[in-house]
Write a protein that binds this ligand. Structure first.
Ligand code: KG4
Ligand code: ZN
Length: 353
């Protein structure tokens, strides 16, 4: 890890850990000047999930044009950028490599310091981002409990301060978003399924079918969604296709309610355990309307901060903010920066009881 000397006030950041290609320019206040992203849902939809090789190929096609577009949109050039931030862990290796190699080259060409960022740290710091249409609550600050819930991760964190993160709970198997996506496929909805289940659920009866809430009664912060997925599979196997069609909205509402119950209950358990009433909900599944509704019912006893969806799903702004704070602590990476598919243990401490 190298040391950077000058204060960094503006970074250009790249996120390519999964299937979204995103580029942002972020300032030290958390202000996002511009963010441009390319999504690949249509390319992966025929396969019902993300195909890693297709993801990296698309990143390699989109990334440089997006970087140029981002600079142009902000009216800036490389001389206005004092730092580069790139997600280098965890993620799909081929996808990460595209972002890392591109920013290493730019760093070399223009002499701009580079930092590799843990994707999960980005999600945890997303509530500090702001732009012309979003400001976090004026009194928002550390510490907080964060629920990061997406297609790849579902974990609870005790965020004590910048760079001081404790993993306090996690799914033992599938991520909640993965369960949403697989269930969507089972009931004949397309990919990605979470948002479609959400839409159908609005028209359905959440009490029509009973799905398990695994581990909900256990006095810990662990979660599990694979039993729920199997229960859905067993139920649907017995139902004629016509009944699945006519009950689709009820099935979606009941399935969604089971996931939301677990997520809300474990987050509240975490809040009690750490005596903290400030809750941050982030990650793609935080777009779920029922999840947002259930958390909003906790007001005013809790402060609930759920960043806008553009900063909850995978995005470069959150990576830029995390990278900027790290560069200003004197950290930077050299050409040895590489990708990792593992959650780096050293980025977090653990209190999994
Ligand atoms: O954070 P994200 O964009 O990418 C990663 O997985 O890291 O999250 C995508 C996940 C997918 O599983 C998608 O189905 C789910 O978030 N998702 C939703 C909703 N919108 C996106 N799940 C439930 N309800 C939604 N409205
Ligand atoms: Zn993510």
């Amino acid at each position: 890890m190298n040391q950077t000397k000058n204060k960094v006030t503006r970074v250009l950041a790249v996120e390519t850990s999964c299937d979204d290609t995103s580029v942002a320019i972020v300032e030290s206040s958390g202000q996002v000047l511009t963010m441009v992203s390319a999504h690949q849902d249509l390319e992966h939809a025929p396969y019902g999930g993300i195909v890693p090789e297709i993801a990296s190929r698309n990143h390699s096609l989109s990334l440089l044009p997006l970087i140029q577009h981002c600079l142009d949109k902000a009216g800036l050039s490389w001389s206005d950028i004092q730092g580069l931030a790139v997600t280098n862990r965890p993620g799909l290796i081929g996808s990460l490599i595209v972002g890392i190699m591109t920013l290493k080259s730019i760093s070399q060409a223009y002499g701009i310091p580079l930092i590799g960022v843990n994707h999960l740290e980005g999600h945890l710091l997303a509530p500090f981002l702001k732009d012309e249409s979003y400001l976090p609550p004026a009194d928002f600050n550390y510490p907080y409990i964060a629920l990061a819930v997406s297609g790849g991760h579902t974990s609870l964190y005790w965020v004590k301060g910048f760079s001081d993160y404790v993993v306090i709970g996690s799914t033992k198997d599938d991520a909640a978003g993965e369960a949403f996506d697989k269930f969507a496929k089972m009931v004949g909805l397309g990919y990605p399924g979470g948002v479609q289940v959400d839409q159908c659920a609005k028209l359905g009866d959440k009490n029509k079918f009973q799905f398990p809430r695994s581990l909900i009664l256990e006095d810990n912060l662990m979660m599990s969604f694979s039993g729920l997925k199997s229960a859905a599979h067993r139920l649907l196997e017995k139902m004629p296709k016509e009944q699945i069609d006519s009950d689709r909205n009820n099935l979606c509402a009941s399935f969604q309610e089971a996931i939301v119950d677990v997520l809300v209950s474990k987050t509240l358990k975490a809040a009690g355990r750490y005596s903290c009433n400030r809750l941050v909900i982030t990650g793609g599944v935080s777009a779920n309307s029922r999840l947002r509704e259930k958390f909003s019912e906790l007001l005013p006893n809790y402060q609930i901060v759920c960043p806008p969806i553009r900063y909850c799903t995978d995005n470069a702004a959150m990576i830029g903010y995390a990278g900027l704070l790290r560069l200003n602590r004197g950290e930077s990476n050299d050409l040895l920066l590489g990708p990792s598919s593992q959650l780096y243990e050293k980025d977090f401490s653990y209190d999994l009881q």
